[in-house]
Design a binder for this molecule. Structure first.
Ligand SMILES: Nc1ncnc2c1ncn2[C@@H]1O[C@H](COP(=O)(O)OP(=O)(O)O)[C@@H](O)[C@H]1O
Ligand SMILES: [Mg+2]
Length: 336
C-alpha cells in the first residue's frame, strides 16, 4: 500500500525585487518587479506504508519546502500530492488526524503549558479515545523518559526535552504517517540516540510511515531503510541504503601492521595510500581484489601483527553522490 505519492511537484517562491533610490522605490511600489525562486523543481516519488525514508540534500535543496507541501502548510505551484489518499492542501483538517509533523527548529507545543496539560489538550483536540491515549502515553513515557518533565512548562525545557516532548505530541493520536524536519538538530549524542531508538521502535511496533529530513548521517544510517536525495530542487538519487552501499561503496581500505618495516608493496589494482614504520595502508576495489589473496601475498615476506579492512562510511558515499549525482541516470538509481 502506498502512503505517500508525489508527482512532478514544483514550488516557486515569488520574491519582490527591491530597488535603490527614491524614484525606483516609488516605481517598485506601484509596479512591483518579481523574481521567482524554484525551490522544488519537478520531484516525483512514492513511499510505501511502513517505510522509513531519509529525505536529504545540501542546504537550500528544497527539503523543508517539500515537507511543508506534503503536510498542507504550503500550496504547490504545480504537481500532485497524495498522502493517505488525500490532497494535503485541500483536506488539511481531515489529514491532520492521519499524520504527525515535527519541525526541529520550532516547537508545536504551547509555550506556557506544562507538558502533561499539553498532552491532555491534544487528546481533546484530536478526539483521541482514552484507551489509545493511555496506551501511547505509557509507551512514550517509558521510551522517552517524559515523566521527569511532565509538570514543567514547555518554555523551561532543554532542547533535548523539548524535542522528546514534541515527538510524543505528534504521535499521540496514532498517525499513519509522520514527517520530521531535522528532528535531532542541536541535540547531544545521547539525546539523538534516544530519539533514534524511539523512532525505530515506533516504526516496528506501529508500522508508522516515516519521512525525515536530516543533516545527521548517523540518523540516516540508523533509522532509514531508504534514501531520497535532492539537490537544487531535483531528485538525484532514490534507493535503499544497501543499494547505495552496493553501487557506491566498493572501495575498501586495508590497514596492516607488520613485525618489521615492509618494503614497497606492488600489486595490480592496489594503491598504497600511506606507509609509516611498520604500518601500511592500502586501497582497492572489492570487486577486483580478494582480501584473502591480498593478505596471503602480504604475509609472504613479513609477519602480520594486526590487520583491519574498512568500508567507506555512509557520509563519504553520500558526498560522492552529491558530487557526481547529477550524472546518475534515473534508471540507475535503485539498481543494486
Ligand atoms: N519563504 C521563502 N521565500 C522565498 N524563498 C524561500 C522561502 N523558503 C525557502 N526559500 C528558498 O527555497 C530554496 C529551498 O529552501 P528549503 O526548502 O528551506 O531548503 P532545505 O530545507 O533543503 O534547506 C532555498 O533557495 C531557499 O532560499
Ligand atoms: Mg530545511
Amino acid at each position: 500500500m502506498t502512503a505517500i505519492q508525489v508527482e512532478n511537484l514544483v514550488k516557486e517562491y515569488r520574491l519582490t525585487v527591491r530597488s535603490k533610490g527614491i524614484a525606483s522605490s516609488l516605481k517598485s511600489l506601484l509596479m512591483p518587479e518579481y523574481r521567482h525562486v524554484r525551490a522544488v523543481d519537478g520531484v516525483s516519488f512514492s513511499i510505501e506504508k511502513g517505510d522509513t525514508v531519509g529525505f536529504i540534500g545540501p542546504n537550500g535543496a528544497g527539503k523543508s519546502t517539500t515537507v511543508k507541501m506534503l503536510t498542507g502548510v504550503l500550496t504547490p505551484t504545480s504537481g500532485r500530492i497524495d498522502v493517505c489518499g488525500m490532497n494535503p492542501e485541500k483536506e488539511r483538517k481531515r489529514i491532520a488526524a492521519r499524520i504527525g509533523v515535527v519541525f526541529g527548529q520550532k516547537t508545536q507545543l504551547w509555550w506556557d503549558l506544562p507538558v502533561y496539560d499539553t498532552y491532555d489538550l491534544l487528546r481533546h483536540i484530536y478526539k483521541i479515545p482514552k484507551p489509545v491515549y493511555t496506551r501511547n502515553l505509557e509507551m512514550f513515557s517509558e521510551l522517552l523518559g517524559l515523566p521527569e518533565f511532565f509538570k514543567t512548562p514547555v518554555r523551561q525545557l532543554s532542547l533535548g526535552q523539548k524535542m522528546r516532548a514534541d515527538i510524543a505530541a505528534a504521535l499521540l493520536h496514532d498517525p499513519e504517517v509522520i514527517f520530521f524536519d531535522e528532528p535531532t538538530i542541536g541535540l547531544d549524542v545521547v539525546a539523538k540516540e534516544k530519539i533514534r531508538e524511539f523512532l525505530r521502535t515506533v516504526n516496528q511496533e506501529k508500522g508508522t510511515t516515516m519521512l525525515f529530513t536530516t543533516h545527521d548521517m548517523d540518523d540516516i544510517e540508523q533509522t532509514c531503510k531508504r534514501l531520497i536525495i535532492i539537490d537544487h530542487g531535483n531528485k538525484i538519487y532514490d534507493g535503499t541504503m544497501n543499494e547505495i552501499k552496493d553501487t557506491f561503496g566498493k572501495d575498501r581500505t586495508l590497514s596492516v601492521e607488520f613485525s618489521e618495516p615492509p618494503g614497497a608493496f606492488v600489486y595490480p589494482g592496489v594503491e598504497t595510500i600511506d606507509q609509516q614504520g611498520n604500518k601500511l595502508l592500502l586501497k582497492f576495489r572489492k570487486d577486483d581484489i580478494l582480501v584473502s589473496q591480498l593478505v596471503s601475498r602480504l604475509a609472504e615476506s613479513n609477519t602480520i601483527v594486526d590487520l583491519t579492512v574498512q568500508e567507506p562510511d555512509i557520509e563519504a558515499l553520500i558526498r560522492e553522490i552529491y558530487v557526481g549525482g547529477i550524472q546518475i541516470e534515473p534508471s540507475l538509481s535503485g539498481v543494486g
